[in-house]
Design a protein around this ligand. Structure first.
Ligand code: F6P
Length: 319
């Protein structure tokens, strides 16, 4: 193996730059050349690639987003798209690929390997923390800290005005962000996609707050009832309670990565290069109970990672 490529794909996540830097540094220590693919799978298909060296990866470690840019690329779902991408990789002399992203990215990487045989290793880069095979994904820690800071501020208004707030957090079909920030911010109710939202129980908890109803309800965007606006509407229609809705949205994806995310990104970046050198392919490099572990890419989406039960118990115990 002489030349490897690294790219970021899907939703950007804080720590992706720390990961790119770690790949570049580790690869060069092993005498490999490194190419950065710009714009995820779109850049792979169009051949938008740049040489990565120490200078290019200097001073990016603490930056949010991804200097290699990212995209969601439906064309890559088609076999023709992957063939075109493979031709570009060949013409740029790429012998192995490191793909940093979430399950969509890994589906693509798995198919690219299956159809064209190029060695490919995934690293978990998504704020959602929804990948099986790693305790935490790169970007998750920053996202929950960003969300918690925002919710603490909303709590000030909820308290001062005696208002009921529905705060929606990201996470797609997973409730990790909602559950962690809900417990961290003392939410009165946490609605997550993994369990049925109990409207009656929610109402009881609002009422238990007393007459001024200063309540924070955290809603995972994938909740089966349809998100924060929907819940606010249901509570108004059924019980006549008015509320404010706050959708935290993309602010959760931005900002300088926390120390935990930087260290995780550095560790998994270095481990992904080592995995390629060891001849591993079609695997994700994750961290489980403090150890670096490799799992088949297909396992990362076919096994469902569950929200820890201790968090669910705590959330109920501490209301
Ligand atoms: O996967 C990360 C994530 O931020 C999800 O939490 C969210 O559902 C989705 O991406 C939003 O994607 P986009 O920025 O493409 O709208």
């Amino acid at each position: 193996m002489k030349r490897i490529a690294v790219f970021t794909s899907g939703g950007d996540a804080p720590g992706m730059n720390a990961h790119i830097r770690a790949v570049e540094r580790t690869a060069h220590k092993h005498g490999l050349e490194v190419i950065g693919i710009v714009g995820g799978y779109s850049g792979m298909m169009s051949g938008h690639m740049e040489v990565l060296d120490r200078i290019r990866t200097a001073n990016i470690l603490d930056r949010g987003g991804t200097v290699l840019k990212t995209s969601r690329c439906p064309e890559f779902l088609e076999p023709e798209g992957r063939t075109q991408a493979m031709e570009q990789l060949r013409s740029h002399g790429v012998d192995g690929v490191i793909a940093c992203g979430g399950d969509g990215t890994f589906h693509g990487a798995h198919l690219l390997f299956e159809e064209h045989g190029i060695p490919i290793v995934g690293t978990p880069g998504t704020i959602d923390n929804d990948l099986w095979g790693t305790d935490f994904t790169i970007g998750y820690d920053t996202a929950i800290n960003t969300a918690a800071e925002a919710i603490d501020k909303i709590r000030d208004t909820a308290d001062s005005h005696g208002r009921l707030f529905f705060v929606e957090v990201m996470g797609r079909h997973a409730g990790f962000i909602a559950m962690d920030v809900g417990v961290a911010c003392g939410a009165e109710y946490i609605a997550v996609p993994e369990s049925m939202t109990d409207i009656e129980e929610l109402y009881k908890r609002i009422i238990a707050q007393g007459r001024d109803q200063r309540t924070i309800v955290i809603v995972g965007e994938g909740d089966e009832l349809g998100g924060a606006y929907k819940l606010s509407q249901l509570i108004e229609e059924r019980y006549g309670l008015t509320s404010k809705v706050s959708i935290l949205g993309h602010m959760q994806r931005g900002g300088s990565p926390t120390v935990r995310d930087r260290v995780l990104a550095a560790r998994l970046g270095a481990a992904s290069v080592q995995a390629l050198l060891d001849g591993k392919t079609d695997v994700m490099v994750g961290e489980v109970a403090g150890r670096v572990e490799l799992v088949p890419l297909a396992d990362t989406w076919s096994h469902r990672k569950s929200v820890p039960s201790y968090l669910i118990e705590l959330a109920t115990m501490l209301v």
